[in-house]
Write a protein of this length. Structure first.
Length: 140
């Protein structure tokens, strides 16, 4: 089975201490490794204002992760652990490998079309006659 790539974003309560967020991230990394997946990247975006209220809160602490796995069980387990964590107020997992494949296919298609299309030589500007427009304007 081929490897899939997922983007996982979760939002913690804004008053969550840093060690608790580290604990959640560590738990997710351990769970992913246990199920045969791996977390390639973890970015802590920090405290940000949300577009709308979630559980009566206007701000949240954002964490972004890139997960690679060949089993769907990894994502189910990560989402289950996020669901039971008290500090997490929202999470979202998106499969992105299909979109990356589609973009690669479109890129190859564009390159193929560009290769078979004849290139037009660059247009050269028309030569200005010796009489030119400066003399005509000066004679008026």
């Amino acid at each position: 089975m081929e490897e899939r790539q997922y983007d996982l974003i979760f939002i913690c309560r804004p008053d969550t201490p840093e060690p608790d967020i580290d604990k959640i991230v560590g738990t997710l990394e351990h769970a992913a490794a246990e199920k045969g997946g791996r977390i390639e990247k973890t970015e802590r975006w920090g405290r940000k204002r949300m577009a709308y209220r979630v559980q009566r809160m206007r701000e949240g602490y954002y964490v972004f992760m890139v997960v690679r796995s060949s089993h769907g069980e990894v994502v189910k387990e990560l989402e289950r652990r996020l669901k039971v964590a008290d500090a997490v107020i929202k999470y979202l997992t998106i499969r992105v490998d299909l979109e990356l494949k589609r973009q690669e296919k479109l890129k190859r298609h564009r390159e193929k079309r560009a290769a078979r299309r004849p290139r037009k030589p660059p247009a050269t500007p028309a030569p200005v006659p010796a009489g030119g427009t400066e003399h005509a304007a000066a004679q008026s």
